[in-house]
Design a protein around this ligand. Sequence first.
Ligand SMILES: Nc1ncnc2c1ncn2[C@@H]1O[C@H](COP(=O)(O)OP(=O)(O)OP(=O)(O)O)[C@@H](O)[C@H]1O
Ligand SMILES: [Mg+2]
Length: 476
Amino acid sequence: MLKRIQVNGFRSLMGFSVGVRPGVNILLGPNGSGKSNIVMFLAFVSAVFERRSASKAVSDFGGAGRIFSRTGKRNPVMRIDAEFIGEGVIHTYKMKGGGVSSKYRYEYRFAINFSKEIQTVYFENQEFKFAFCGTPQNSRGRNNSDWDFHIREFASIVGKKIEFNHEIQKMNIDMLGSSTSIILYAENEKKKNIERAISQIIQSTHQPNAPILYAASLCFPKFNGVISDLSQNKVLNIVPEIAKNSDDSATPPEIEVNGKGLAATLYALELEKNDMGIQSNIEENASLSNFEKYGRPHNYRIADAFDMIEESLKSISDNIISIQPEIDHLKNEITIYVKLKMNGGKVKFPLSHLSDGTVKWLALVTSIYTNRSIIAIEEPENYIHPLMQRKILDLIRNNLRAAGNNGKPRGSMFLTTHSETLLNSADPSEIVLVSMTNSGATRTRRIKRMKDIRDAANEDGFGLGHLYLSGVLDYV
Ligand SMILES: Nc1ncnc2c1ncn2[C@@H]1O[C@H](COP(=O)(O)OP(=O)(O)OP(=O)(O)O)[C@@H](O)[C@H]1O
Ligand SMILES: [Mg+2]
């Protein structure tokens, strides 16, 4: 899980740092303070990973002009420096049963640069460090410089070409347990030769301009948890007009960040509930891999998801009876119908005839339950009735709280909001106050006098939203 992010050079994120807490992290601040830039940065890094290319990700996000910070200087440096600090737990299962859990921590750093000489965006340098640090209960008591793996990469422009070179500074094979193929390959070899082989494998499998973690994880699959923290991070921003649409029956059951694919997802979930034997089919597509996203486990069975979503929809209004996904084989279309009580009878409406708020709520709930890639939700309150806004935080909190972790959240999620109602259900520990300095840089801070604020928010039933609007949070 990511614990801290530091960025310099991405839009308004200059000299920027934010701590990520398990559970909900609510970004709260005035218009233009940089809340969206923070979540956009996470999506950008995710694109760098998924595209395996810094330059492709920059063009996906609108080009260098939109991504690099503008400082007003004549000849600006176009360079993003970022650092990610995180930790995680790896469970190793033994053949004879049982298993061990080991805790790890990592640091990953990169500089993405735009070279004016060759008009290219590239990784100027990267550094990755990884260490095991005991079991979840007992730390190994190692000091911070004790890494089990440490690699650095440097790029240099030679003529019109970029050359990438890497240096492995540390490699503790006994701890890292390299992948089976490498063990076989080097079985009779001395440790030194294994190290050399690994270095060669990294050199030959690393795609220039891709995150170095991919080549490293080929040799050490234990790094996959780190890749998972930094990739598949999407920002949810539902557009009811899009979520309302019917889907082609071949649409994969994966709801996209704007709500597209809602019909196909609900249809697949209903089949799953009725155990129609498509499990293996569904498992192959992105929806299920999202369900199972490493480090963000869910605490319910997929077969129960449809009923949970239906229950959530019914909480909007007493008139809603059920959700009915239907497939029209002639038109090749999946449409979601909602059955409502009306004048003592029942009517069935397609989603396209329902209100924006109803559709938004359905898409929001379905996304939260099924799309494991969501790292942030932009202004979830839009279109949503205050009574339902109150439920949003509980929905997200419950979903992040994985079974078997003493009710503590396992994953993190960011929200941006302006809603007083939503804030009234928030705890001071969930708030990240965002502001902008005079020079246009985004800053964050947490509430310090947590107990005082919590007491004040509870007093007379005035919530945190009220305190925020009255300006109290600016001074704590
Ligand atoms: N390339 C850039 N370089 C520097 N600053 C930028 C760049 N692009 C955008 N900004 C700054 O970021 C601000 C917008 O930030 P952002 O959209 O994250 O605000 P927000 O907090 O989400 O606001 P809202 O509450 O209105 O959604 C702009 O006003 C501008 O000051
Ligand atoms: Mg915004």
